[in-house]
Design a protein around this ligand. Structure first.
Ligand code: NAD
Length: 492
């Protein structure tokens, strides 16, 4: 099945990709896939069911020993194949992300580039894996030979969200395949279009049958049966805390391994030695990228009182200059939210803010929205009380909450006073100070004088309720490997 960038309402994803074949889904329902800018259906996708899961897991189980036996170097060539194939479809994939996710073209390009970099990185990692097999372990006991091996976990279920389909699937699929695991991938039913290309590429690069299986459908039809399936050795899930907790419970029932990449409410600290204009650029990049629908959005601004007014003025100026519009138009800065449902979620928080009487620096009253599309005005509240739900909960939209602080200690204390710990940003005129402050923040990724700098070589994942485990870097590969030691008397 091939997806074109001008997906028409007739596009019908009624099949599942199992064992390198597009086969009829056993699901009987179809789900609408929307263009959030046009508010029109652009495709329909099958709501697959547990029989599809059964067939896909079986295919993955059969393929796993052969895939493992290929060795890291053998598998690496396929990962490079995925990267090459994505690159070759650049324009189509960027357009698809724009029409299915509502991402402006430049942001869709970043999503794609990060995915390509990830496949390339894990191709390299796969090559290093062979040399690491059977490495001697230094032990204190004399006369003992101890060696360490890394075996693949087995069959893995990979569940992705709608905000960054190509990247979130790459972060799972690339290391899983590099490690020698075989996979059943479940894209979000909200944005299934971009990830279909992975099945197309599997065929193009002659990936052995059953190594990658892709199932379309929703959480009840595919997600839950996949997490409950006894043939799935590990689940790697990216999504909401609510569903992540369900996934963890299912996995616990059969002691299966889980990795969870969940929500966030990340702080950005602007210190008194920061240049307000430069800081405003970072603050903007941290919250209005992808219309704020980023797990690592820096959605809590803590600004030193001495630069607060200058920063708010610089932010208001930049927010007024944002162009909201068609994601396919070159001058669009901010697209619509990805779904009507997500817009409702954010609107609920905006209504709550009104009830709480929060002070609006910029919001709905400051701009006219495009006539159609799931748009919301970029919004900035100041002096938000820490008790406010808007301060504490993930909103997942273009809404920034801020308050001023009087000292570094207060900023660090408030930054860490959160149930989440995915990311944090420090803006300071003194990079050494920024790094020192960063070391005191409880989060998996700390940026200083930058924003959303996610590199394939560095780990990604959360402290506290933001998740369990790490993706990317060698840690991302380790998530799909079992460590095995072979120990006995030294050969004489
Ligand atoms: P979601 O939890 O609603 O859905 C995520 C995926 O889980 C989808 O594919 C969905 O179909 C599936 N699912 C739903 N019910 C299921 C069930 N019972 N069992 C198994 N799977 C099920 O999340 P979303 O709305 O798609 O994504 C937004 C959330 O994802 C936000 O909270 C965001 O912070 C988080 N996120 C986190 C990261 C990270 O790296 N930490 C990255 C991106 C998004």
């Amino acid at each position: 099945m091939s997806i074109s960038s001008n997906a028409e309402p007739s596009s019908l994803l009624d099949k599942q990709f199992i064992n390198n074949k597009w086969v009829a889904s056993s699901g009987t329902r179809m789900l609408d896939v929307m263009n959030p800018y046009r508010e029109e259906r652009i495709a329909q996708v099958t709501a697959g069911d547990s029989q599809d899961v059964q067939a896909a897991v079986q295919a993955a189980q059969q393929a796993q020993p052969g895939w493992q036996a290929l060795g890291g170097a053998g598998r690496a060539a396929y990962l490079d194949g995925f990267a090459d194939g994505l690159e070759a479809r650049r324009d189509t994939l960027i357009t698809l992300s724009a029409i299915n996710n509502g991402k402006p073209l430049a942001e869709a390009g970043i999503d794609l580039d990060d995915a390509i970099a990830c496949y390339r990185y894990y191709a390299q990692q796969a090559r290093t894996l062979d040399a690491r097999q059977g490495g001697h372990v230094s032990v204190a006991m004399e006369g003992v030979d101890a060696r360490c091996y890394h075996d693949p976990v087995g069959v893995v279920g990979l569940i992705t969200p709608w905000n960054f389909p190509l990247v979130t699937s790459a972060w799972k699929l690339a290391p899983a395949l590099a490690a020698g695991c075989t996979a059943v991938l479940k894209p979000s039913e909200v944005t299934p279009l971009p990830e279909q290309v992975l099945a197309e590429l599997a065929l193009e690069i002659d990936l052995p049958a059953g190594v990658l299986n892709l199932l379309n459908g929703d959480g009840d039809g595919i997600g839950a049966p996949l997490t409950n399936h006894p043939g799935v050795d590990k689940i790697s899930f990216t999504g909401s805390n609510r569903v992540g907790e369900t996934v963890m419970r299912s996995a616990a029932a059969r002691t299966a391994s889980v990795s969870l990449e969940l929500g966030g409410k990340s702080p950005i600290l602007v210190m008194e030695d920061a240049d307000p204009a430069q800081a405003a650029d970072w603050v903007m990049a941290g919250i209005y990228f992808n219309a704020g629908q980023i797990c690592s959005a820096t959605s809590r601004l803590l600004v030193h009182e001495s630069v607060a007014e200058a920063l708010y003025a610089a932010l208001a100026e930049r927010m007024d200059a944002l162009t909201l519009g068609d994601p396919l138009a070159a001058d669009t800065d901010l697209g619509p939210l990805t779904s009507a449902k997500q817009r409702e979620v954010v609107q609920h928080y905006l209504a709550l803010a009104e009830q709480e009487g929060l002070t609006v620096v910029r919001g709905a009253q400051h701009r006219t929205l495009p006539a159609r599309g799931y748009f919301l005005a970029p919004t900035l509240y100041r002096d938000v009380p820490v008790e406010s739900r808007l301060w504490q909960e993930e909103i997942f939209g273009p809404v920034l909450c801020s308050r001023s602080v009087t000292s570094e200690e207060e900023a660090i204390g408030l930054a860490n006073d959160s149930a989440y710990g995915l990311a944090a940003t420090v803006i300071s005129g003194d990079p050494k100070r920024a790094r020192r402050i960063g070391r005191q923040l409880k989060a998996g990724s700390i940026w200083y004088n930058s924003e959303q700098l996610v590199l394939p070589e560095t780990g990604w994942g959360g402290f506290k309720r933001s998740g369990i485990g790490r993706e990317l870097g060698p840690w991302g590969l380790g998530a799909y490997l079992e460590v095995k030691h072979v120990v006995g008397p030294l050969d004489r």
